[in-house]
Design a protein around this ligand. Sequence first.
Ligand code: SDX
Length: 436
Amino acid sequence: MKKDSVTLIDNRTGKQVELDLLKPTCGPMTMDVRSLYKELGIFTYDPGFMATASCWSDITYLDGEKGILEYRGYPIEQLAEGSTYLETCYLLLHGELPSKEEYDEFEHSIKHHTMLHEQLLRFYSGFRRDSHPMAIMVGVVAALSAFYHDDEDIHDPQDRLAAAHRLIAKMPTIAAWSYRYAQGMPFVYPDNSLGFSENFLHMMFSMPTEKYTVDPLLAKALDVILILHADHEQNASTSTVRLAGSSQANPFAVIASGIASLWGPAHGGANEAVIKMLTEINESGKPLSSFIERAKDKNDRFRLMGFGHRVYKNHDPRAKIIREICHEMLAQDKCQNPVHQKLLDTAMELEKVALEDDYFKSRNLYPNVDFYSGIIFLGMGIPLNMFTVLFAVGRTVGWVSQWNEMMADPQSKIGRPRQLYTGAPTRDYVGIKKRS
Ligand code: SDX
């Protein structure tokens, strides 16, 4: 019997199988169940993948019990403190921090892919002005697959890298133009003299009629927020990207599927839902305790948005950093806004009350990345319906890095889960005339 293995015995037949335990760099040992169906004729059952490793990956490591998040081994706290979003993009894509030359070459490539094909501008006008920007982003990113398809070989590492650079570079342009379209304002083209986050704020807020200077403090806060959102292991949208990409589909269509998955309020859509929840609380005039009770009531669909996480059973390390940025930003006189301050005060009070409540403590429900991020976005002048769009801008590098890692693996297969069938047993067809 091998040391690193598990023996399963089927008590119906006494038949047993020895399954290898795969040893990770860090994290739990992982049982290799690939031979289980062949050996014992049984499936594993794990809806929501609560305890299932869907793949191997070298990119991001999470420890939910300790509240640890690392990109390619670097703690998120150190990257947020010392790196930039674009440098973090290089790290996630290539696995190592870049040299100065490597960084300059990468930055040059990204800067020279920020434009969209002029015909895509007309694509926007097909949307109603009040369309949710996430609907526009899903559509426009999927439409990019019509511009980059026939001459793309997803089995060529250089072609994959070109698609990755295009997506990282174009997402801020697509995002900002979704906002400008909704506002009835002219599209602002990227300015290659600006950094990644400065350029996004420039495309969002500058007007052709006057000079616009990006506030460096807001640009820095945005850059850190994008670092914090860049990747997060096999979350729902990344798993969507891997599954869609496993059929060897067009990478732009694949990333559009990730954007669609991120939009849900249980996932990336939570940042928008948090602000709606905090506003409802502030405008209701009711005590916080009434909302805490509602969140605990199984018969009430109300949840504490921004609270809880499938993996973190401790504080989400990103939430701690974002909360600090909230305080710093709202302390700056030009960002002071009594409504935003009230939202932050309510959020902090809610966190305090919830973390003292047995219901939340017993379920290890802590604030997650979405709990405070919306308050920062409001402070930047970014409207509510753009919050998840910004999450998608930050997460694009994680999606393309995970997609690229999967496509580069010669062992990768099309994802095709099985099921526990609970439907009708075999039965004969009866013509409608004979049916009662
Ligand atoms: C993101 O996976 C990732 O990494 C995602 C993400 C990323 O970077 O990609 O981190 C980004 O999506 C963060 C999560 C954003 N979503 C929200 O904030 C929405 C509110 N949170 C919940 O919907 C929930 O916590 C989830 C969806 C985040 C996690 O759900 P799970 O892991 O399936 O947990 P669960 O629903 O089974 O909850 C366990 C218990 C349940 O109660 P019991 O059945 O045990 O009695 O905790 C309760 C839940 O009812 N619970 C909550 C709650 N979250 C869980 N109760 C009140 N309020 C909440 N927010």
